[in-house]
Design a protein around this ligand. Structure first.
Ligand SMILES: Cc1ncc(COP(=O)(O)O)c(C=O)c1O
Length: 335
């Protein structure tokens, strides 16, 4: 990433762009378009709603980031029907039974809700959407699951699957990435006010030529190319397994306090959300930080009753074990 800058209208850039697209497709097992826009993942969530919804959508939420995508759609002038799933529960097909009505143009939800640590089966939800309406688009926020948990992209068949660089790809933030279907592009052609920056048809035209629509973060793309090589060398099944093992360690440890917040069976492999109980989290965390570790506060509706441990990207089971033993020491000290 410290390499000198190159112009993004050069052959060298085109090669970098093309390589990233191919490697992303290979890693995620898809031949969908891979679009990249300078910004954070939210720019692509905005892109999906601006291109895929003319009037009305169905938003499913079980926490802060599900709420966020509904807000993004509403602030772009869309009417959003809302399905609220209790926090800590997985989103299931029956939650949307009878809700994908004829005028619902897209259904959107979060694959891995980062506020509650819930991972839902997006393939089952997408199947249910299509069972009710073959026209409705499937828009999935995969910000904290892509490259860490197997999303079965081919089987799920999303029309937009969105993530960024700063989570399981273990890079700095700065690039919003979308896997985009032909169905989404066809729909986009019928929708007005797609904007400029988020116009998927404009992005597609440039992307087909291995260019970005506007100036891309070239340095970050060098990093992304490197991380994709690393993911492919590790092998995606091994990568998913490593995330599962890290999560299992945290789940086992959570028994020393008040267990995990989400229901069994829907607990995320990237973010462990633990019940705080009577733990003085601020004191606990200050002590952890003084030893060189950092975990995280709760978020959104469960901010005060939980705390979160991120275990994704380049982290290893050894490092998670070291973190957990430091946590053991601190609990002992705080007794
Ligand atoms: C599930 C989820 N969706 C969306 C976002 C927003 O992503 P960004 O900040 O990259 O726009 C986040 C950020 O943490 C997230 O965890």
């Amino acid at each position: 990433m410290a390499r000198p800058m190159i112009t993004h209208r050069s052959k060298e850039y085109k090669k970098l762009h093309e390589g990233i697209v191919e490697k992303t497709r290979k890693a995620l097992g898809t031949d969908m378009d891979v679009f990249m826009v300078s910004g954070s993942a939210t720019v692509m969530i905005e892109g999906a709603v601006r291109n895929g919804i003319a009037g009305r959508s169905l938003g499913i939420t079980g926490g802060s980031f599900g709420d966020r995508s509904i807000e993004v759609a509403q602030l772009n002038g869309k009417n959003v029907d809302k399905v609220e799933v209790p926090m800590g529960k997985g989103i299931r097909p029956e939650h949307i039974e009878g809700r994908v009505k004829k005028d619902i143009e897209a259904v959107h939800w979060v694959s891995n809700e980062s506020s509650t640590g819930v991972f839902s089966d997006s393939t089952a939800i997408a199947d249910e959407v299509r069972r009710q309406s073959s026209d409705a688009l499937v828009v999935v926020d995969a910000v904290t699951s892509a490259f860490a948990m197997d999303l079965e992209v081919e089987k799920m068949g999303p029309d937009a699957l969105i993530f960024g660089t700063q989570k399981a790809l273990a890079l700095p933030p700065g690039l919003g990435i979308m896997l985009c279907s032909e169905k989404m592009l066809k729909k986009a052609a019928t929708v007005s006010n797609r904007g400029f920056y988020t116009d998927l048809l404009k992005i597609k035209k440039q992307s087909d030529d291995n260019y970005a629509l506007t100036t891309p973060p070239v340095s970050l793309m060098y990093g992304l190319d490197f991380q994709l090589d690393k993911a492919l060398a590790e092998g995606m099944p091994a990568r998913y397994r490593r995330h599962q093992e890290m999560a299992d360690l945290v789940r086992a440890w959570s028994g020393k306090l008040n267990g995990m917040f989400p229901d069994k069976g829907v607990q995320s492999n990237t973010i462990g959300v633990l019940n705080r109980g009577a733990l003085d989290f601020d004191k606990f965390h200050a002590s952890l930080k003084s030893r060189g570790y950092e975990i995280s506060n709760g978020y959104g509706g469960v901010k005060e009753k939980t705390f979160r441990i991120g275990h994704m990207g380049d982290l290893t089971t050894d490092r998670v074990k070291r973190l957990l033993s430091a946590m053991d020491e601190i609990l002992e000290e705080m007794k």
